[in-house]
Design a protein. Structure first.
Ligand code: PLP
Length: 353
């Protein structure tokens, strides 16, 4: 479809397609890497407490309370923290602020599929760097002139993590460009590069409250890096939307950082369930990539990914399948509750029989 009213840019866009949010009763939804466990009760209480007459006022434009909570949690200065309406919005600002388009940026050939979409929106050229056969990222492939580098760690949709030492050599070898580490899943078992930001002014780390803090519906993400990078992001943000985080989001997000015990408990539950799911899938003939995330990327020798996904859907279980080169045999299955995983496994037993 196109229209004479559209700008040339809009006509050329190739928008991101999110995993579906089907409205079907009793569905086992393991397709978008949401947390199966709810947010902290203290978060819900804080949101309720923030709901009142004060909603007629604009929120604080810099979400100072939230920046302070994030800075305290990660041991950095407030001037090293940027916040946005989900990490997708933070990432969009990152592309506009640091990836000039004068040179191609680099990201893995198998990665978060929003990156090429932002390149289209901001007219930035890119080169997709192939991952190794085993889906690991080789730092040596990210040398030479480039307009910036971005990759998730752990990677999506593979779940494979890059050790911190390798992240640091990649950052150090690319001092003339900004290296962005998208840590949407880092709390499920990878090492955060936040530990490196004081040593590397070209490093920006992006995280989200959507996955490990179970707040995908609240839309809060953040970035940590050198104050000069944060100032660059603030310039874009203040040219786009002064109030990306509403009062309820700020209140809920602050409460999440204040309830560390709940956070630690929930993320280890997810990690335990992931290992149980891995074993159960292995027992059924699946081979899963090593995952440091809240999902498994897994394939069965006797079935194609598309076929398995369709047959699971017929049985009320949705998982994610990517109809793309190299990864079409795989399913990306989000870690669920024990009951959800049991329903997935029963459906698989039925299909494999
Ligand atoms: C989920 C995800 C995001 C987006 O998270 P939001 O904060 O919900 O926008 C960003 N990057 C990767 C790799 C993700 O999987």
């Amino acid at each position: 479809m196109t229209s004479k009213y559209w700008s040339d840019l809009v006509a050329q866009l190739d928008p991101y397609v999110p995993g579906e949010q089907p409205n079907i009763a009793n569905l086992v939804k393991l397709n978008t890497n949401e947390n199966p466990f709810g947010p902290s009760p203290r978060v819900l209480e804080a949101i309720r407490a923030a709901t009142g007459d004060n909603l007629r006022l604009y929120p604080p434009p810099d979400a100072d309370r939230l920046k302070a909570a994030i800075a305290a949690c990660h041991g950095v200065a407030v001037a090293q923290v940027f916040v946005g309406n989900g990490s997708d919005e933070v990432l969009a600002h990152v592309f506009q602020a640091f990836f000039s388009g004068r040179r191609d940026i680099l990201f893995p050939d198998i990665t978060y599929s929003f990156y090429p979409v932002y390149c289209g929106l901001y007219r930035i050229g890119y080169r997709a760097v192939p991952l190794a056969e085993d889906f690991t990222l080789a730092v040596a492939d990210y040398r030479g002139e480039n307009g910036g580098i971005i990759f998730p760690n752990p990677n999506a949709p593979t779940g494979v993590a890059l050790p911190l030492g390798a992240v640091e050599s990649l950052v150090a070898a690319n001092g003339d460009s900004v290296v962005v580490v998208d840590e949407a899943y880092v709390d499920f078992g990878a090492e955060s590069a936040i530990a490196l930001v004081d040593r590397h002014p070209n490093l920006l780390v992006v995280q989200t409250l959507s996955k490990s803090r179970s707040l995908a519906g609240l839309r809060v993400g953040f970035a940590i890096g050198h104050p000069v990078l944060i100032e660059g992001l603030e310039r874009v943000k203040n040219s786009f939307n002064s109030y990306p985080l509403d009062q309820l989001a700020i209140a809920g997000a602050v409460a999440s950082f204040e309830d560390d015990a709940y956070f630690q408990q929930m993320r280890s539950l997810v990690i335990d369930n992931r290992e149980q799911l891995r074993q159960a899938l292995t027992a059924r003939g699946f081979a899963s990539l090593p995952s440091s995330a809240n999902f498994l990327f897994t394939r069965h020798p006797d079935f194609g990914g598309a076929e398995l996904a369709a047959r699971l859907r017929d049985r009320g279980v949705v998982v994610r399948h990517f109809n793309k080169e190299r990864i079409h045999p795989f399913l990306r299955i989000t870690v669920g509750t024990a009951e959800q995983q049991q329903r997935l496994l029963s459906a698989l037993d039925d299909i494999l029989a």
